[in-house]
Design a protein around this ligand. Structure first.
Ligand code: GUN
Length: 236
């Protein structure tokens, strides 16, 4: 679903995309060789390796092999480091999309209590960095956090990225809080839903994103933006 949506978005905006759907038995060396060819191809401006990878392939090695100037996902350590020091070239697509949603909704971040639930390299950690860069007071929660509910209830801006269907209900949310749901889960009937119980939380939140139709399309839009930026820089 993710890959198809990305391909569709490329068509819509006029980016040529190439999918390499490799068999599961592909070796790490073969994958690194393919990335090496794409790194060296002047026709290619952006590269992403859809995660997760099979167990026999070292994710870190693969992400390290992508040319940082073509790193449309912003997963290469060079780009992650730039993000950490507050001087990013690319921004990671999902957290970047969340920041755009907040900005376009006219919501101020400076001085606000921002709680990020989840500490993944794809969402939680970079999300915290981006909120911090906008002067939010940021707390990162994870599976070992004590009193999760109380911490979430302090949030003016609550970003949830834990991968557990409808985990956050209204009892986790302060009246008027901004609630951003990064989850892509299935409910008991197999229907797509988020980490937030939308029906209960919408009654108390000041603003809330739905699933589907909230953060997901923003992730893809930011992937397009990163790719266009990489192309512009390459042509400079
Ligand atoms: N798997 C889940 N989310 C992502 C993403 O944003 N990029 C890539 N490459 N893989 C993912």
């Amino acid at each position: 679903m993710y890959v198809n949506n990305k391909k569709k978005a490329c068509e819509e905006v006029g980016i040529r995309s190439f999918e390499y759907a490799l068999p599961e038995e592909t070796t790490e060396t073969e994958l690194i060789e393919l990335i090496g060819r794409l790194n060296g191809d002047p026709e290619v401006d952006g590269i992403l390796c859809q995660l997760p990878l099979p167990k026999h392939i070292n994710e870190e090695k693969i992400l390290n092999s992508i040319d940082p100037s073509k790193d449309a996902d912003c997963f290469h350590p060079f780009n992650v480091g730039r993000l950490m020091i507050g001087n990013p070239v690319f921004q990671p697509c999902t957290p970047y999309g969340v920041m755009e949603l907040i900005k376009e909704s006219g919501i101020e971040i400076s001085g606000k209590e921002c709680v990020v639930v989840g500490r993944s390299n794809i969402v939680g950690k970079p999300q915290a960095m981006l909120l911090l860069a906008q002067n939010g007071t940021v707390t990162i929660c994870h599976s070992k956090t004590k009193n999760l509910k109380e911490v979430c209830k302090r949030a003016d801006i609550l970003v949830v990225a834990i991968g557990k269907a409808k985990f956050v209900d209204a009892s986790y949310v302060k009246e008027g809080a901004v609630v951003i749901d990064v989850g892509m889960d299935r409910d008991e009937n197999g229907k797509l839903c988020g980490d937030v119980d939308f029906e209960s939380v919408k009654e108390i939140a000041g603003a809330i994103t739905p699933v589907p139709g909230g953060v997901g399309p923003m992730t893809i839009a930011m992937l397009m933006r990163n790719t266009v930026m990489a192309a512009k820089v390459a042509k400079e």
